[in-house]
Design a protein around this ligand. Sequence first.
Ligand code: NAI
Ligand code: MG
Length: 330
Amino acid sequence: MKLAVIPGDGIGREVIPAALNVLDALGLEIEKIPLEIGYGKWELTGSAITDEDISIIKECDCVLFGAITTPPDPNYKSVLVRLRKELDLYANIRPFAPLKKVKLPCAKKFDFVIVRENTEGMYSGIEELHEDTAYTTRVITRKGSQRIAQSACILAKGRKKEITIVHKANVLKSDSFFRDICVGIAKKNGIAYSEKLVDSMAYDIILRPEKYDVIVTTNLFGDILSDEAAAIAGGLGLCASANIGDHYALFEPIHGSAPDIAGKGIANPIAAILSARMMLEWMGKVKEAGIISMAVDNVLMNGIVTPDLGGSSSTDEVSRAITESVMKSD
Ligand code: NAI
Ligand code: MG
């Protein structure tokens, strides 16, 4: 297994080494290819990612990604959006469930996954900026909608066999198109479906998250709803994600580079560690993925947590505690 490792910027450089320590503790045969990509590279070279970087990544099986600071350049195009498109990582899978002993702002019981279309929608990249008007073209294709709905149905088959299709079809024609395609795919798979307008979903995620299991939606809606979901799940420092395509996969914490805390050694490494856990699951290493979950639970139960969770432990202390717990369970 060849893994491209992209720590990126800010706290990405702190939490990705923590995740790698945990992977090393499992003693798996993973060849790591480190890559420097991001704002740091942009400052040095004027480019955040090169074609050569993309070629190296394409020679790997998957990517572990930290976060990238957006450079102050009006013409800058998101590295992550480019990677998702170049590697055709069409399904962004973001699970949310409370972790042990984490204080939650509202509802206590929920366990749902947001399945976000990752290559089109509002992030099509088709944009025009004129003097008095700006346009972004929202692209929804049959192929893109079919495959994200299919990903949601496959996930639902291993869960409660139901999906919720989230859209704004009462206003957007592109979303009634998306909705109808998702309904067709759900029926074909024998999966129960319901639908919800995105604004109403934003409300319900806070008040009644326990009602949902697999939520399928378009790119921008999924981006926004998943940060909201992270808030009810205890914070961005805990939430992991997988970007899956037919040939590659990229695993990353949901959070960004957090310049406000970067360099202080207090970033919560759990989101990155749980992203590595999702990678192991994708590789079929279910036992090892379970060991990481147990180790994270142990450390949370012991109250070894960073300041975002009300603790006073450092990134390294949390990472060491999780690594030690993994080693003990072997
Ligand atoms: P952010 O996710 O970096 O930070 C939001 C807030 O959450 C901050 O207060 C931060 O300290 C806190 N936070 C995030 N991760 C944490 C962790 N692991 N432990 C403890 N606290 C944590 O989002 P923000 O501030 O909007 O963006 C900062 C930079 O990151 C921007 O340049 C943005 O464009 C970029 N970004 C990159 C992403 C990526 O590469 N995947 C995703 C989101 C933002
Ligand atoms: Mg986001």
